[in-house]
Write a protein that binds this ligand. Structure first.
Ligand code: ADP
Length: 164
């Protein structure tokens, strides 16, 4: 049984994340979505809200692909989280060159911490590649339309949180 771990902040989940999750589903039997607490990043949504949104949006992907998708909050080291959930693969999404430098360092560090865990990078479909949670929040805050970037329930949660 192949278990993959897809970690991130998911503040909030976007169509970019969901595209990566759908692609990862064809590589593993169980996909654990690791939701980092990430207090340093000052998330807009509380951990429980991010988890609930992910659960809501990934149920259909699990049903469609037949794999098990579990949403799992974590606060410890990524490699420890991978061991805890029995994952041999860490999945990350790559957008542009800007992601590369950071991801390159992460792989190097994680590999020295645990050489048994392999990191794989996936690229979203072209129309979802530019989506970033940070920009979605910025656009919503300034009154822009985020329909193309996030599912309807996430859009509603964003507008409610921003008092729009
Ligand atoms: P983090 O705080 O770890 O960067 P994010 O929630 O921003 O968490 O992203 C989680 C993962 O999803 C990262 O690997 C990121 O590169 C990837 N990702 C986010 N948006 C996209 C996208 N539009 N296309 C491809 N990968 C993406």
């Amino acid at each position: 049984m192949r278990v993959g771990l897809y970690p991130g902040t998911f503040d909030p989940v976007t169509y970019g994340h969901l595209d990566i999750i759908t692609r990862a589903a064809s590589l593993v039997d169980r996909l654990v979505i690791g939701v980092a607490i990430n207090r340093d990043k000052g998330p807009l949504f509380a951990l429980e809200e991010r988890v609930a949104m992910l659960e809501g949006e990934t149920a259909a992907i699990a049903a469609r692909t037949g794999i098990e998708i579990v949403v799992h909050p974590f606060e410890n080291l990524l490699v420890d989280c991978a061991r805890d959930v029995g994952a041999g693969i860490i999945v990350r999404g790559l957008r542009a060159v800007t992601d590369f430098e950071y991801e390159y360092q992460m792989v190097g560090m994680n590999r020295s911490l645990d050489p048994e865990i392999e990191t794989v990078f996936l690229m979203a479909e072209i129309r979802y590649q530019a989506i970033a949670s940070k920009l979605v929040k910025e656009i919503a805050r300034l009154g822009g339309d985020v329909t193309k970037f996030v599912p309807a329930a996430v859009r509603r949660a964003l507008l409610a949180r921003l008092g729009r």
